[in-house]
Design a protein around this ligand. Structure first.
Ligand code: MGD
Ligand code: MGD
Ligand code: SF4
Ligand code: MO
Length: 713
């Protein structure tokens, strides 16, 4: 599109950051010598953001002209990272991979991916690992993000799509219960979809903190369930118990569309209201009101939703916790019906697509299982290999990192789109493990803390410099467009993988560099799978079609598939077509508080920063908004520990010590402190966190660890 000023060019695309994938236009002066310098961002009308953006979105053009942008490959020589040519850098990486595999076998090389990668990159990365390297060791940071919700969604519904309905459906609901999500800071435009419920007094938020999202609920007369961290599971069991006691079960729905209620009820039967109050800290009156709010909305046909986010999911009991929440939703008759439902709020920009195309240890494209013989045959045929050559499932993210330097563990690792030195649990130990590698390769466009540790850094293109697709939190596939010319020096990740694959002896046709051609192959690989993209094309997306997967190809001459905005309306994707209740028991956090570590630390996000902060800590406006690591604590707790507002403190756990500025807040629970995980160095929240893993999803316990506070001179 050309605007009034002839040299001004505007490109419609989407935000680089979170899963809401707000729509934006990027305008640039095409006559400027450095067009990125002229790039400006404006919000674009779109159902998820309705023209709005958050502070991170508004400032995102700064990423395109960041003075710290990596422009040349870096190779470590004499202990220092020094610029090198692409050929030299790729030769070193390919030779290093070959040497590692000659010594330690195929699995000696590991790949770590990210939920921010486009569908095309995530797909190609999975193929690169399985085919060019033949390694089973590939996993990604989505393991730290959506894995518990995905596992529980799969168990209950036979399919995991974060929101099985469009976000905008929430706008009609009169009641919404959010467990462990602070969307006012993590997806501000999302709040708009909660307005009807919030204004009707129907927004209920379970969070140990009185967050901005909680404030929005309370302003409209809603409810704050200020639970103790790690007690969402008994909270959900207690709510189910109350629903039964008060006769708030949709028996018709439970009878017709579900199975397994009796066992789920047996587990919830012991969670009488007073016991639930004792364990969670939430008063019985608030529990009862929550059930009443949800039930009344469901009965009135205005609709009710239950949503989970990381606060409820990032626990070693995360999968069971989400199962307990889904059980409650099923008992109330919410899922699989128009205007009501359960959903998990996907976090990363491509957190949804990133978990469908094969960068997860146990997965092949199309959300297929790598252990499924039919899936192996299908994908191997698309890739032009023998199914027997495909490796089996590999280790989960933390287990993969932990196995570095152990007998049989990987000796070379290549990272795409994650900053593990900051964001992985027990980060001190993870940094030790990364240091034990023979070869660490990091692909990034900035020198993240992890890139700074690497032996080879490969500078890649970013977001608005290349084409691709993303799949948003509502399962809608979106076009990401090149909105500014790519700078000299960096290469697209597809080119990096192609260059390495060729050096590893792969034929050129198998690792192409054109995103659309990779997408065309992804369509074939996904055809017939759970996440079927075969009916989606760049052309359809560019025409503006709203395509939510599954969207299978249709025979020639027939109309194209319209996509599936709403899942489960007729049947669930289980063999019986019924949703499954999963009976779960409360186990509690892995680590207990004691006299030495008397407080619970929980971790999360603030508005101004994204994830490890690698991108947002380099944008002045965001640094001004939130520049330093802090610990949020009740003033009485601070006083008890000898601390005052604004003073530096050390937060100490059984694994490490983090330095933070004390921020007193009298709405905090006395037993809980909160730390953002966006800061680096000695301010890393993850120096403290507990890598206890969920037995099913292998999600680490990011949201609970035992700590003490100490004054710092
Ligand atoms: N500004 C910003 N936005 C982001 C991101 C970002 O880094 N910064 N990241 C994106 C990504 S990848 C993700 S995954 C999403 C995450 O989005 P959210 O899940 O909304 O974010 P968090 O801050 O991790 O956690 C939400 C809330 O959980 C609460 N909490 C802590 N422990 C518990 C508990 O045991 N139970 C309950 N019920 N609540 C608890 C915290 O107090 C916090 O307010 O955000 C996305 N959007
Ligand atoms: N304590 C604690 N820890 C947490 C969490 C928590 O709540 N508490 N949350 C967890 C969650 S939900 C998540 S999602 C993770 C996220 O944590 P990380 O995985 O560290 O995520 P980012 O900071 O987004 O890191 C992405 C990196 O990749 C780069 N990058 C961006 N796009 C691309 C690309 O296309 N290609 C390549 N090669 N690089 C790219 C960025 O510059 C950045 O350096 O953190 C987890 N860690
Ligand atoms: S809410 Fe998420 S997608 Fe929207 S502007 Fe903010 S960071 Fe970007
Ligand atoms: Mo995430």
């Amino acid at each position: 599109m050309t605007l009034a000023v002839p040299s001004l060019v505007s490109t419609p695309t989407h935000c680089p950051y979170c899963g809401l994938q707000c729509a934006m236009n990027i305008a640039r002066d095409s006559s400027a010598a450095d067009q990125a310098m002229t790039a400006t961002v404006t919000g674009r009308s779109f159902p998820t953001n309705r023209g709005g953006l958050c502070q991170k979105g508004w400032t995102s053009a700064e990423l395109l002209r960041n003075p710290n942008r990596l422009t040349a490959p870096l190779v470590r020589r004499d202990g220092e990272l020094r610029p090198a040519s692409w050929d030299t850098a790729l030769d070193i990486v390919a030779d290093g991979f070959a040497a590692a595999q000659a010594e330690g076998g195929r699995d000696a090389v590991a790949i770590f991916g990210g939920g921010g990668l486009t569908n095309e990159k995530a797909y190609q990365l999975g193929k690169f690992a399985r085919v060019a390297l033949g390694t089973s060791n590939i996993d990604y940071n989505g393991r730290f993000c959506m894995s518990s919700a995905a596992a529980a969604g799969g168990k209950a519904f036979g399919l995991d799509r974060g929101l099985p309905f469009p976000v905008s459906d929430l706008g009609a609901a009169r009641a919404i219960l959010i467990l462990g999500g602070n969307v006012a800071e993590t997806m501000p435009p999302f709040l708009g979809h909660l307005a009807t419920a919030a204004d009707a007094g129907g927004l209920v938020v379970a969070d140990p903190r009185r967050t901005a999202t909680v404030e929005r609920a309370l302003a409209g007369g809603g409810v704050h369930l200020q639970l103790s961290p790690g007690t969402d599971l008994p909270l959900a069991l207690g709510l189910l118990h109350l629903a039964v006691l008060d006769g708030r079960i949709d028996h018709n729905f439970v009878g017709a569309r579900t199975e397994g209620f009796d066992d789920a009820w047996l587990a919830a039967a012991q969670w009488w209201p007073e016991r639930t109050e004792r364990v969670t800290g939430v008063p019985v009156s608030a529990l009862r009101r929550t059930v009443e709010i949800l039930w009344r909305a469901q009965q009135s046909d205005a609709g009710a939703y239950i949503l989970t986010a990381r606060g409820a999911e990032q626990h070693a009991t995360g999968t069971d916790t989400v199962s307990a929440v889904i059980n409650l939703a099923l008992a109330l008759g919410l899922p699989g019906r128009r205007g009501s439902g359960y959903g998990a709020i996907t976090g990363q920009g491509n957190g949804q697509g990133g978990r469908e195309h094969g960068q997860k240890a146990d997965q092949l494209p199309g959300y297929r299982k790598i252990t499924d013989p039919a899936a192996r045959v299908h994908v191997a045929q698309v890739w032009g290999i023998d199914p027997a050559e495909l490796p089996g499932p590999g280790k989960s993210a933390y287990e993969l990192l932990e196995s570095i330097g152990t007998p049989g563990g990987p000796t070379a690792l290549m990272v795409h789109g994650a900053n593990l030195a900051v964001s992985a649990p027990r980060a001190g130990h993870v940094v030790d493990r990364l240091s034990a590698l023979e070869l660490l390769v990091v692909n990034d466009f900035l020198l993240s803390e992890t890139a700074a540790m690497a032996d080879v850094v490969l500078p890649v293109l970013q977001w608005a410099e290349e084409e691709g697709t993303m799949t948003s939190l509502e399962g809608r596939v979106l076009r990401r467009k090149a909105a500014v010319p790519a700078p000299e020096g960096p290469r697209s990740e597809l080119e990096v993988l192609a260059g390495l694959a060729r050096r590893l002896g792969q034929p050129a046709w198998r690792f192409g560099t054109d995103p659309e051609a990779v997408f065309e192959e992804l369509r074939l690989a996904s055809a017939g799978g759970v996440a079927d993209y075969s009916g989606i094309s760049y052309a359809r997306l560019d025409e503006g079609a709203a395509l939510h997967w599954p969207c299978p190809a249709t025979p020639a001459g027939e109309p194209e598939h319209p996509g599936t905005p709403r899942l489960f309306l007729d049947r669930f994707e289980t063999p019986s077509g019924r949703a499954r209740f999963v009976a779960v028991e409360h186990r509690g956090p892995s680590e207990g508080m004691d006299a030495e570590f008397p407080l619970v630390a929980t971790t999360g996000r603030v508005l101004a920063h994204y994830q490890s902060g690698a991108q947002t800590r380099r944008i002045d406006e965001l640094v001004r908004a939130a520049g330093e690591m802090f610990v949020q604590v009740h003033p009485d707790t601070a006083r008890r520990m000898g601390l005052v507002e604004g003073a530096p403190a050390a937060v100490v756990s059984r694994r490490g010590r983090t330095e933070a500025i004390v921020r007193c807040d009298d709405s905090m629970r006395l037993d809980t402190v909160f730390l953002p995980f966006h800061f680096a160095g000695s301010g890393r929240a993850n120096l403290l966190t507990n890598p206890a893993l969920d037995p099913t999803s292998r999600m680490p316990e990011f949201k609970v660890c035992a700590v003490k506070l100490e004054a710092v001179a």
